[in-house]
Design a protein around this ligand. Structure first.
Ligand code: NAI
Ligand code: PYR
Ligand code: MG
Length: 615
């Protein structure tokens, strides 16, 4: 038996049907002892594989270790050739099925899940089992599944992480690992990492300090990079920095998986971050690092510390949220029949003076300056409140960050309430980045509506329960007059007169995936504010006038791949202009924005089965 099986295998290897080919889509190598990638590669071309991509993956894995590697596993979808050469005969059911049949089975099982958290877990397990199938399903059903893998359900999944934990993904760097970070990075199996999303779990959405439970945030963000912008899944790395937690409930919980100690703060905290970033740069010098959900006391400090270190770093909550907020305001100007330069005439009231609120206001102020306003004139257009009311005249802000001090009003009393500020300022735009659900009451929105033709109301806090108001409320209070966008997704609203009240989603998901695509494809060395401004301008122009006039601000999130190509193109052109591109594209790509957008699209990873060849 053994001899004849070996003989049959040898015949397959020598079969004239095997053609020596090198894929234009590239060759990757997976499994232990990564081999010489230039060795000759054969693949079997037959009609059953027509739907496959040209990608060729070499592996030294055989038998169950192929099936247990999610990036190699094809479930019932292994080709005849793969079954033969990877020694899978008898280890998977006999009938070969394509992705379509696999998707049908998975989606039927998905629909049977009872709660959103069950759905989250079901998708996580699929991600752990079969990378291509997971991403095919996510890409094809993005609008339906994004609220599960991302906000709002990811918030609940973080709160319950310790209770529902099944399997590890990503890396944890804890205080117990100090002095080992530089060796630990080599425990990760991939030499190539394009994007890292890191959190210390100190402010997860509006859910507070979730410590080590926050791992689902970087995992969720990275799944959007892959599904929404075509980053390569194996080249993404989610990380949690466990520096303790001040969440007593978690810390005292017997199932909590992080260090049961108080959160480290001050200089020692910064030293840990320095050690961590040094270790990351040692192994992956070019990887884009996205800081995510760091509490406001450290978010800006860390951004300023690392952003100009000749390697790409950005803070999603500050910069990328600023980008989508600018895009939202610019698109709303179009909706109101105004021009981009009119941004300098907007009057902005922002509830929330944390890193997200300040980041958003700073980005809008810079967009005003880019349209000709002086820094002082731009600043005068902002009225920012925190939990103690307006940042006004009497407030002692000597120990506050420069970003907060910049927005102190010297002309108005400190602590004015939101309704008082609305009465005094008569804003055109009301922003919510407070994390306080229901903060925008009927009185507040109606007061705003009195002074403007079309009030622009953007409750941007996440998850949905933290939204400052819902679209139903705003459209009913303003008789359908408002322009609305929220951080988490809501359904559109029937206005009863044949019109629809559009509930746009002003979430940074519109910007960070495309930015990451551009940084990866062009190996951009530094992420700048100009890149986010260019991306915002592009996003604001994506819909035709007739849609925007109705109150739709940008394409729905289901079209994220197209949007990310546009964002990537805009970012790429700025990077070229500023000499920040380390991997030059062909000259024709650099000639126009359209060329750059097409180049981004061409470089996206597609979730299709390629060809696995035995090494
Ligand atoms: N839509 C999006 O893409 C994004 C949304 N966000 C959301 O923004 C929110 C804030 O994030 P951070 O700034 O990092 O949090 P943070 O907790 O640092 O800031 C919250 C701010 O709101 C203020 N605040 C609390 N109660 C208030 C009240 N009653 N009136 C006015 N202000 C009040 C606090 O004083 C603080 O200044 C979170 O809900 C987060 O999910 C953050 C990033 C992106
Ligand atoms: C969307 C996001 O990054 C946040 O709410 O923190
Ligand atoms: Mg965030």
């Amino acid at each position: 038996m053994f001899r004849s099986a070996s003989k049959a295998f040898a015949q397959v290897l020598e079969s004239p049907r095997l053609t020596a080919l090198r894929s234009t889509a590239g060759v990757t190598s997976r499994g232990p002892h990564i081999g010489n990638k230039s060795s000759s590669i054969s693949r079997h071309i037959s009609s059953e594989e027509d739907e496959r991509s040209d990608e060729i993956v070499q592996t030294k894995h055989r038998r169950l270790s192929v099936i247990h590697d999610p990036s190699l596993n094809r479930g019932s979808g292994f080709s005849v050739d793969e079954r033969e050469r990877l020694l899978l005969r008898g280890l998977v059911p006999p009938r070969r099925q394509g992705l379509d049949q696999q998707i049908e089975r998975v989606m039927k099982t998905y629909e049977r899940q009872r709660s959103d958290l069950d759905k989250f877990q079901f998708l996580s397990l699929l991600m752990d089992r079969n990378t291509v199938l997971f991403y095919r399903i996510l890409v094809d059903n993005f609008e339906k599944l994004a609220p599960i893998v991302y906000t709002p359900v990811v918030g609940e999944a973080c709160q319950k992480f310790h209770a529902i934990y099944r399997r590890t993904r990503g890396m944890y760097f804890s205080l117990d690992d100090r002095q080992h970070f530089r060796t630990m990075v080599f425990n990760w199996p991939e030499d190539d990492v394009d994007v890292i999303v890191v959190t210390d779990g100190s402010r997860v959405l509006a859910l507070g300090d979730l410590g080590c439970n926050s791992m689902n945030i970087p995992i969720g963000k990275l799944s959007l990079y892959v599904s929404g912008a075509g980053l390569t899944p194996t080249k993404t790395l989610p990380i949690v920095l466990d520096v303790g937690t001040d969440n007593e409930h978690l810390r005292d919980h017997p199932l909590y998986l992080g260090l049961p100690r108080r959160r480290l703060r001050g200089d020692e905290y910064i030293e840990v971050l320095d050690e961590w970033i040094g270790a990351i740069r040692l192994r992956w010098p070019n990887a884009l690092i996205q800081f995510e959900d760091f509490s406001s006391d450290v978010a800006e400090v860390l951004l300023e510390r690392y952003r100009y270190n000749d390697a790409p770093v950005f803070n999603d909550d500050i910069q990328s949220t600023g980008c989508i907020a600018v895009a939202s305001v610019l698109a709303s100007l179009r909706a109101r029949g105004l021009n981009a330069r009119d941004i300098a005439r907007e009057v902005i009231v922002c509830a929330g003076a944390g890193s997200a609120g300040l980041g958003v206001c700073d980005a809008i102020a810079k967009a005003m300056e880019a349209e000709g306003a002086s820094a002082n004139d731009a600043r005068a257009k902002f009225f920012i409140l925190d939990e103690n009311g307006l940042l006004g005249r009497e407030r002692d802000m000597s120990n506050d960050s420069a970003a907060r001090q910049k927005f102190q009003r010297k002309d108005l009393p400190d602590g004015m309430s939101l309704i008082e500020v609305i009465r005094a300022a008569k804003p055109t735009v009301l922003l919510g980045l407070s994390g306080v659900g229901g903060l925008f009451t009927e009185e507040i929105v109606k007061e705003m509506d009195k002074h403007v033709d079309r009030p622009v109301v953007f409750p941007m806090s996440n998850p949905s329960s933290a939204s400052e108001c819902t679209p139903e409320q705003v459209f009913s209070w303003t008789k359908g007059n408002a322009i609305y966008a929220s951080g988490s997704p809501f359904e559109n609203v029937e206005l009863g007169d044949g019109r629809i009240g559009y509930s746009n989603q002003a979430n940074n998901v519109y910007s960070f995936p495309g930015l990451g695509l551009a940084v990866t494809v062009l190996r951009i060395s530094c992420v700048t504010d100009d890149m986010f401004l260019a991306a915002a301008r592009r996003i604001a122009q994506l819909l035709p006038d007739e849609d925007v006039k109705k109150g739709l601000l940008f394409p729905r999130v289901g079209r994220l791949r197209e949007i990310s190509a546009e964002v990537g193109g805009a970012v790429g052109m700025v990077a070229l202009e500023h000499g920040l591109v380390r991997k030059m594209p062909p000259t024709e790509v650099t000639q126009s924005l359209d060329g750059m957008v097409a180049y981004m699209r061409k470089n996206m990873w597609e979730p299709k089965y390629g060809h696995i060849v035995a090494e």
